[in-house]
Write a protein of this length. Structure first.
Length: 70
């Protein structure tokens, strides 16, 4: 049996992108993408903590910034 090559339904992809309200940078509208270099061990701990708390790294960082920077 031959497998069919997958195809992309562009209308559904566009509908998904619009529903997520992503801007040109692929960040939600009103957000800014941040890139930072941190040690591997800290990144691993951060990922584990985010998963344990059922949240995202971004939300953890936002909370830390809001509680520590006036």
């Amino acid at each position: 049996m031959a497998l069919k090559k997958p195809t992309l339904d562009t209308s559904k992809a566009l509908e998904f992108a619009v529903s997520k309200k992503l801007g040109s940078s692929q960040s939600p509208v009103g957000d800014t993408r941040l890139a930072a270099n941190i040690r591997k061990d800290l990144h691993s701990r951060l990922k584990i903590h985010a998963a344990t708390e059922n949240t995202t790294i971004g939300e953890l960082l936002e909370n830390l910034i809001e509680s520590n920077i006036p």
